[in-house]
Design a protein around this ligand. Sequence first.
Ligand code: FE2
Length: 315
Amino acid sequence: MSAEAIFSDWSHEQTALFGHHPVMIEHDLHRRELFSDDALADLIECLPRHHYHVNAMSEAGGNGRMWREGQFDGLSGHEVLSAVKNGRIWVSLQRLHEVDARYADVLDGIYAGIETRVRGMKTYKRDIGLLISSPRAQVFYHCDIPGQMLWQLRGRKRVYVYPNRPPFLCPQEMETIVLGEADEEHMPYESWFDNHAVVFDLEPGQMAHWPLNAPHRVENHDCMNVSFTTSHYTDDLRASYAVHYANGILRRWTGAEHLSAQTSGAGLYAKMAFAAFVKYSGLHKHNQRAFRIDFQVDPGSDTGWRDIPAFDLGK
Ligand SMILES: [Fe+2]
C-alpha cells in the first residue's frame, strides 16, 4: 500500500507536533473497500472469540459509569452491525493483523508513511483494532500504555485529550496500570479536567494522535461510528514502560515516595534491567483478567442486547 495515498495533506506543523502535543491529521483509509459494511460483516463472522470484545455502557451525558461485557455468538455480521446501529453497544475487533494479511498491509503502510515524515521514529510491536459503536456511545476517561492513534472511518465522535501529567495522570496511577493491578478504564476523573483538554470532533478521513499515556475519553455523536486504533512502541516508549514498572515495584517493596521518571541516563539502564528481572523472574504476578460475560447482542432489542446468565471468560 502506498503511504503517499494514506496521507495526502501532512504539514510541517503536524510533524513538529507529532508525539509532543495532540494533533489531527487527514487520511484516506475511510474510502477503502476493506472497511465497508460487507467487509466488516465478513470479519465479524470469521474472527476467533479471543479477538473481540462487545460492551454495553451508559450513554454519553448520562449519569453513572456502567460497562458490561457480552458476546455475539450465532449472529451474522450484518445482524451485529444492525444491533450496533440501533442500540447502545461498543464492538472492539482486536489484533486484526494477526488474522488477516490485508490489515497487516494497512498497518505497515501507515507506519511506513509516518516514519518517513517523523525523523528518527522507529516503531515495533504494532497493533490494529476496529471499533464499531452505537450512536451516543462513550468510552470513559482512561489512558493507554503504548503509543496510540485513533482513525475515523464513518460517523462523528468527540475526543477529549488531557495532559499526561498531574493532576490528570499521576505516576502512581500509571505504575498501577503497567503492573496490571488496575485496568486503564478506572482512573479518577473530574468534570473540570475538560477545561484543560484538547478537543477534536473527528470526521471520516481524520486521525488523532496524542503524547504517550495522555488520558482521553470519547463520546460518539448521534450516529453509528466506525473507527480503528493503531498502537506501537518505540525505544523511548519501551524505556518509559520499564521506568514505570521499576518505580511501581520499588514503591511497593521499599515504600519510596520520590522516584525519578526520567527515561535517560545511567539510572534508566539500571531500571530497565531491574524491571526485566522482576517481570520475567515471576517475582511480581501480573493479574490475569477474567471477563464476566452477561449479555447477548440482540438486534431485536432497543438497546442492542439482552441479559444472559453470567459466566467468566479467560482471555
Ligand atoms: Fe484509549
